[in-house]
Design a protein around this ligand. Structure first.
Ligand SMILES: [Zn+2]
Length: 370
């Protein structure tokens, strides 16, 4: 039911075909974030109409509802999305809730409102951000929860470290992540669900030797795909170097490679030629909710709140074929934003989703035609 095939590979990147029980998709491609089992400000039908191939959901967010989702026939049926889907492991929450945001991280501050109570060899104890209850997440709990949710692709449980953490801590954390990933794999094989495949995660922070060790770990284990996680660096240059180094050490001929949480258009254009197959990021839908339209497939951004759009009767992007651009003007979107009408976010989200999908179509065609 699952296959992965490299169709064409050259200096511009590679085009691959991935088959799942919920249909197939071509890479390079983008996973839109439906953290709580919903794309913010867009329904699944509109996502499909704007040519979306894949979406993802967040295990930590769905954890309290996983029994409900299972009883309702799994995530695809529950949310009305009959296409490929991925859930992350919940490991990222150890990072974002334990250490705080990236900007806090840069300033060297720990998150004062940390929800992480304790990280042990067994797993992580969190305080629920919803009701304050204790929630325990371990490799076994993560894989069991992802089984109940039922996405096509599930991810091994790991810890993601921020960049200002020492090499010593990063090494200890990476080694623990490898033990957690081994336990994830054992649990996954025990459940033995033919409707799912497991991704391993490469850690090791900004330290090449550790990245190499982590690549060796995932290379020798039976993961369907590999996600590159953890901190890639303090700036774009370091991020590029670390990702490039990691990809050079990864066995990637027979499996898809995902770059976790990266999705700026300039990053996508840089990482596709290195061999990244799939990306995910909240930015296209988040920008839309802040009144920003991505245009020319990400090369420009328009802030529709600006007064210059009051009488602008052009569509957001004259070359865009999305519902918003066919039916509405910049003037109307500006007006909706000023009136605080929720429709503004819906229309901008549809447009930004289509722009990202068109960007990836263009990238794939460029690889196939060269
Ligand atoms: Zn559009």
């Amino acid at each position: 039911m699952f296959t992965f095939e490299v169709i064409k590979q050259n200096s511009k990147g590679r085009v691959c075909l991935v088959k799942t029980p919920h249909g197939e998709f071509l890479t390079p491609s983008f996973y839109f974030c439906g953290t709580h089992g919903a794309i913010k400000c867009n329904d699944t039908m509109s996502m499909m109409e704007e040519k979306t191939q894949t979406i993802l959901s967040n295990t930590f967010s769905l954890l309290p509802f996983s029994d409900t989702i299972q009883k309702q026939g799994g995530i695809h049926k529950f949310i009305g999305w009959n296409k490929p889907m991925l859930t992350d492991s919940g490991g990222y929450q150890v990072f974002s809730m334990g250490y705080g945001s990236v900007s806090q991280e840069i300033k060297g501050k720990r998150n004062r409102k940390s929800f992480v109570k304790k990280i042990t060899e067994e797993g992580v104890m969190f305080r629920s951000p919803i009701n304050g209850d204790d929630i325990f997440l371990s490799p076994e709990v993560s894989i069991q929860t992802q089984y109940k949710i039922g996405a096509d692709f599930v991810v091994s449980f790991d810890e993601c470290t921020p960049f200002n953490i020492s090499g010593d801590y990063t090494k200890k954390s990476m080694e623990r992540s490898h033990r957690w990933e081994t336990r994830s794999l054992i649990e996954f094989e025990k459940i033995n669900n033919p409707m799912q495949r497991l991704y391993g995660v490469v850690q090791g922070g900004v330290f090449p030797q550790l990245r190499k060790e982590s690549c060796d770990f995932v290379n020798k284990n039976n993961f369907f795909g590999v996600a590159i996680g953890g901190c890639l660096g303090k700036d774009k240059l370091q991020m590029y170097d670390i990702t490039s180094f990691t990809l050079n050490n990864l066995e990637k001929n027979n499996r898809p490679i995902h770059l976790l949480g990266i999705g700026d258009v300039d990053d996508i254009r840089k990482f596709v030629p290195l061999g990244i197959d799939t990306f995910d990021c909240v930015s296209p839908t988040r920008l839309a909710r802040h009144g920003v339209a991505i245009i020319r497939k990400g090369n420009l951004k328009l802030k529709l709140n600006n007064a210059c759009y009051v009488q602008d009767s052009l569509p957001l992007d004259s070359e865009c074929g999305c519902f918003t651009c066919i039916n509405h003007s910049r003037s109307y979107i500006h007006y909706l934003l000023k009136r605080k009408e929720p429709l503004a976010a819906l229309l901008l989200t549809r447009h930004n989703v289509r722009q990202m999908n068109d960007l990836f179509t263009e990238i794939r065609e460029d690889i196939l035609n060269s």
